[in-house]
Design a protein around this ligand. Structure first.
Ligand SMILES: NC(=O)c1ccc[n+]([C@@H]2O[C@H](COP(=O)([O-])OP(=O)(O)OC[C@H]3O[C@@H](n4cnc5c(N)ncnc54)[C@H](O)[C@@H]3O)[C@@H](O)[C@H]2O)c1
Ligand SMILES: O=C(O)CC[C@@H](O)C(=O)O
Length: 528
């Protein structure tokens, strides 16, 4: 039974799939302190949050069983991604579900700002009929500057166009083609800030976007410009904004997000030309259902070891690439595990070579899986996984190289893994046989045809009469049944290997006995 903790209020309808899953127990405990979370997180396989729970390194460290953290929303700034990645915990978000709601909220803010609705409302409900103080401005023919033309920015731009606004947008990843498609002017940040009557920001908060709107940018703006932030506090420098509002350079600002949330003692809350909402962009019934559905489905996929998308701390693999590489995951992991089990010494370098059908495909996901196979053998599968394998390797100075080769040994595809350790260099190769699954085809230069599963014995010996029989006799005498056996040799009388598939694990005593037999040079038990 998997246990999932939901630590922020999420839509009940949205998490229904999790509640209905027979192998999942869902506990909803909201408003917990960090200490309370640390105390209980150890029993959970997954944690589901919105934005209130701050998922700190200490919580992640205490989450010994934690496989996934799901964020019902876009921004993952409340989750310590580095700590999650180091701990091998997948972080997923729900990037699409609240786009429309947040775009609509941003537009509501633009309109509230243009027509000064909040202060006019306040005065009227306080008993004053004041029609002079709240003259607004039209949106018609005005320039809307959009900083960050991603999902939400693009939807805001569309709404601006419906109001006959001219849209100028800055986004370093924007292409002229996409700008043309959206009917927006492809601009620099400088152009956006100098041309716009309204500026709305829709970027994530990163080291590049922190304070991207600052005193220097305010100075370049038109007098009477209006500013909107429904993305993240800190994209606009609040101190600079306050100064620009006080000087009259900025006529008004609409803020859904703040550098400090909740924004206690923030002078912006007291300024009549500022419209504020308490981080409500995604707070609609629809958005909350969407994000909770998306994140619940993903958590179920992760718990059930099924493919999932929207991982924030994993490189994304495009669907067409995933379709091609997916059948090889098992082969690559088994090759990694096999080579780790045969090699002696400290790990120094891993080289994964792809050929045949794999030459023209992006195989990075497969190399990561190979690394997982190697490291999980050494560190345990709880410590090393697909998420943290590259960082674990980097932290241990294990150099990883991926290469393509035209040599495929007659196979339609071939994966060769070379592992260099402080003591030796080992190489194994495998292929995916169409319709038959993965096969190991070469170990230490010996050609083999091995189904990589179950208990195996790899015996190195000298090619002398009786060596094979003696091994069979020892195993038989110890009630170990041999299911398959292959032999390979370098030349008559030279070095040779036996590869035996056995029906059960062989005890250390029996392994020692085998190792002491004449002509046997090494015996390695493998489990795949
Ligand atoms: N207020 C809310 O409740 C709420 C709800 C949802 C999302 N958000 C926030 O809105 C923001 C946008 O979300 P989204 O779903 O549109 O994300 P997105 O990833 O689709 O779009 C972000 C865009 O910002 C661009 N960008 C990145 N760095 C930039 C830079 N230096 N300058 C200009 N553009 C840059 C990216 O290229 C991308 O196109 C995020 O910060 C998200 O956390 C807030
Ligand atoms: O959970 C929320 O309401 C905030 C969501 C929003 O900030 C996001 O980044 O998705």
């Amino acid at each position: 039974m998997f246990k999932v903790l939901v630590s922020d209020p999420l839509s009940e309808f949205g998490i229904q799939k999790l509640l209905d899953a027979e192998d999942v127990q869902v506990d909803r405990k909201t408003g917990l302190s960090e200490a309370e979370l640390i105390e209980i997180i150890g029993e959970y396989d997954a944690l589901l949050v919105r934005s209130q729970t701050k998922v700190t390194p200490a919580i992640i460290e205490a989450g010994k069983k934690l496989k996934a953290i799901g964020r019902a929303g876009v921004g993952v700034d409340n989750i310590d991604l580095a700590a999650a990645t180091n701990a091998g915990v997948v972080v997923i978000n729900a990037p699409d579900g609240n786009t429309i709601s947040t775009a609509e909220h941003s537009f509501a803010m633009i309109m509230a700002l243009a027509r000064r609705i909040p202060p006019a409302y306040k005065k009227l409900v306080d008993g004053e009929w004041d029609r002079k103080s709240f003259t607004g401005v039209e949106l018609n023919n005005k320039v809307l500057g959009v900083v960050g033309l991603g999902r939400i920015g693009a939807e805001v731009a569309k709404r601006g166009k419906a109001f006959n606004m001219k849209i100028v947008a800055f986004d370093p990843f924007l292409t002229q083609e996409r700008a043309d498609k959206l009917g927006v002017q492809f601009a620099t940040l400088e152009e956006v800030v100098t041309l716009a009557d309204f500026i709305t920001v829709h970027t994530p908060l990163t080291k590049d976007t922190k304070y991207i709107i600052n005193t220097k940018e305010f100075e370049k703006m038109k007098d009477g410009v209006r500013i909107v932030n429904c993305a993240r506090g800190g994209i606009i420098n609040e101190q600079a904004l306050i100064a620009a509002l006080e000087s009259g350079k900025v006529a008004g600002a609409a803020l859904d997000v703040f550098e400090q949330e909740p924004p206690l003692d923030n002078p912006l809350l007291k300024m009549p030309q500022v419209v504020v909402t308490p981080h409500l962009g995604a707070s609609t019934i629809e958005a909350q259902e969407n994000v909770a559905i998306d994140v619940s489905e993903e958590i179920l996929h992760i718990l059930h070891d099924e493919p999932f998308k929207n991982a924030v701390n994993l490189p994304s693999v495009p669907a067409n690439v995933m379709e091609k590489v997916k059948p090889y995951f098992d082969l690559n992991e088994k090759l990694g595990s096999l080579i780790a089990q045969t090699a002696v010494g400290g790990l120094k370098e891993v080289i994964v070579t792809y050929s045949g059908d794999l030459t023209d495909i992006d195989t990075a996901a497969l190399t990561r899986t190979t690394l997982k196979g190697i490291l999980a053998y050494h560190l345990g599968s709880a410590a090393a996984n697909y998420v943290n394998a590259p960082i674990l390797a980097k932290n241990r100075d294990i150099h990883v190289t991926e290469q393509k080769s035209t040599y495929s040994g007659g196979f339609s595809n071939l994966v060769t893994v070379t592992l260099k350790t402080s003591q030796e260099e080992k190489t194994v190769s495998g292929t995916l046989l169409n319709g038959y699954g993965p096969r190991i085809v070469k170990i230490d230069g010996y050609s083999v045809d091995l189904l990589p599963q179950g208990h195996l014995l790899l015996v190195h010996h000298n090619d002398r009469p009786g060596a094979i029989g003696r091994v069979g006799t020892v195993l038989g005498n110890n009630n170990v049944n041999i299911a398959t056996m292959q032999v390979g040799r370098r030349g008559v009388g030279g070095q040779a290997i036996m590869l035996l598939t056995v029906d059960k694990e062989v005890s250390p005593d029996v392994l020692d006995t085998l190792g002491e037999l004449g002509e046997i040079t090494s015996v390695t038990q493998l489990e795949l």
